[in-house]
Design a protein around this ligand. Structure first.
Ligand code: HEM
Length: 478
């Protein structure tokens, strides 16, 4: 008989070989999926390094180009980029969010975006969604007043002054500023929102800490390791990250308190200060009244509002900036767009020809084909959220993109960067070509629409997609 210790050692070694080599490489259902890297069945190190060095989206895309619609990134992680048996299955319900989204909690409190489970998520979303619907936004007197104020009292004077003084305009900063002014005015009331379009120093005071406030890699990928070692290895979460986080959270709390005051006061316009009701604040406040969540009401409201202002200004600002960039490279499209804008009534004049100044209706802007094609093409090739949106496979084994049924608990994601670069759907996919949307047959346009995923899809799709389109469009008209 063998002595006990060698037997135990043999068992442990056999178990380790089975669990970490034989099972993942040959037996797991994931072993039938092409590997993005030879080490993928055994370790996540390769994909973690790509994430750490900001090469994730392109690396995953290259793997799909080489291997097809489904690839394995790690022992328990896959990427799927197709519509049928792909995004239609993963994002239509049943696949909850991967804990990667915990990093988007604010004040230590989950918001709608970071909530993983469907039930509390739908509770939050149901109450808020109405005010972001297209019909609400197009008929909202508040939105109309916000657009008038931002366009005529802020943006046009800034641009006129830059032209008169022959000064350059910092386009990314200005794009973020316009988006933030729209978003905060709608959320907190025009009188309480930012005026970053005109106030460049306030804009920088916010944007600099905003960009510094998260160590995305550690918070998203290795949160437990981060919380253990961050006190010993300061580079993981430097002091300036904590200071920036506090600054942004205090900024949001100040706006939230001002909105609370506006929500209980009778509002009337004062000289040079137009006022509107704090639309999103009111809605979020409503959603917390019954308060089924174990957090103080004030923080629940603030976490939600901080998420919207972050999600709203950053994505829309990036989109607007890329749109200006592409138009600057395509003067022929600028000419066509100008012609199209001149068909609108009223046209935009500055100084305005009417008092109060009037904007073309959102419906008429929506019906401009060249404008819509330019927006779609910008969102296609420069999606503001281009990377993976990770979910978790449900308890019922599910096949994806021809795979065997996958066990529960697998990390699975799709990414706009790849979906939007399908050469058979979008020929010459790397080129910015608005004409592809204008010249396509009805059938081709429907197919492009199926693969277009800039705002995600299903129950966790972007709640602000209509707001983004409506807030961005008038600025472009300018
Ligand atoms: C061009 C502009 C925008 C783009 C490309 C965009 C894109 C997206 C995408 C892809 C998602 C889903 C992300 C995921 O599941 O990982 C999302 C969610 C979300 N977006 Fe946007 N977004 C934009 C503008 C806005 C605006 C203007 C707002 C608010 C004012 C907003 C608020 C949100 C919120 C709250 C969610 C979470 C929805 C939920 O979990 O139910 N977004 N967005």
């Amino acid at each position: 008989m063998l002595p006990l210790t060698p037997v135990v050692t043999l068992c442990i070694i056999s178990y380790v070989i089975y669990k970490f080599i034989l099972y993942p490489a040959f037996i797991s259902p994931l072993s039938k999926i092409p590997n993005a890297h030879p080490s993928s069945p055994f370790s996540s190190l390769w994909i973690l390094i790509k994430r750490f060095t900001h090469q994730e989206n392109r690396t995953i895309h290259a793997a799909h180009v080489k291997h097809g619609d489904i690839v394995r990134l790690g022992p328990n992680e896959i990427s799927v980029n197709c519509v049928d048996d792909g995004i239609r299955t993963i994002y239509s319900g049943g696949f909850e969010k991967w804990p990667w989204y915990d990093q988007f909690d604010n004040f230590g409190v989950p918001c709608m975006f970071s909530t993983a489970e469907s039930k509390p998520h739908s509770y939050r979303r149901r109450v808020i969604a109405n005010v972001y619907s297209k019909s609400y936004l197009q008929s909202s007197p508040e939105m109309h007043k916000i657009s008038q104020t931002i366009i005529f009292s802020r943006l046009l004077p800034v641009l006129e002054s830059a032209v008169t003084n022959q000064e350059p305009v910092e386009v990314l900063g200005l794009s973020h500023a316009i988006a933030m002014d729209f978003v905060t005015a709608f959320m907190f009331g025009l009188q309480n929102g930012s005026n970053f379009t005109q106030d460049v120093s306030a804009r920088r005071q916010f944007l600099i800490p905003y960009q510094r406030r998260r160590s995305y890699f550690w918070s998203g990928e290795l949160p437990s390791l981060k919380s253990i070692v961050k006190n010993f290895i300061p580079v993981i979460e430097p002091k300036y990250v904590q200071e920036a986080t506090s600054y942004i959270e205090n900024w949001t709390l100040t706006l939230t308190k001002a909105a609370e005051k506006s929500s209980t006061t009778k509002l009337s316009d004062e000289e040079n200060v137009a006022t509107t009701a704090p639309i999103v604040y009111n809605q979020v406040h409503q959603s917390t009244l019954k308060n089924p969540f174990p957090y103080p009401q004030e923080l629940q409201i603030a976490t939600e509002l901080q998420d919207h202002l972050a999600a709203g200004h950053e994505t829309s600002g990036i989109t607007l900036c890329y749109l200006f960039h592409e138009l600057s490279l395509h003067p022929e499209l600028q000419t066509q767009l100008r012609k199209e804008f001149l068909t609108l009534s009223p046209t935009l004049d500055f100084p305005p020809s009417t008092s109060p100044p009037e904007l073309p209706s959102p419906q008429s802007l929506d019906a401009l084909p060249i404008l819509q094609a330019c927006l779609m093409e910008t969102l296609r090739i420069h999606a503001a959220i281009p990377g993976p949106e990770p979910r978790i496979t449900p308890s019922k084994p599910t096949s994806l993109a021809g795979s065997p049924p996958l066990p529960p608990g697998v990390r699975v994601s799709s990414q706009p960067y790849t979906l939007h670069r399908r050469a058979d759907v979008f020929p010459d996919p790397q080129a910015w070509k608005p004409e592809r949307w204008l010249e396509a047959s009805e059938e081709q346009r429907a197919e492009m629409g199926r693969w277009f995923w800039a705002f995600g899809s299903g129950g966790r799709m972007c709640i602000g997609s209509n707001f983004a389109m409506q807030g961005t469009i008038p600025s472009l008209d300018v």
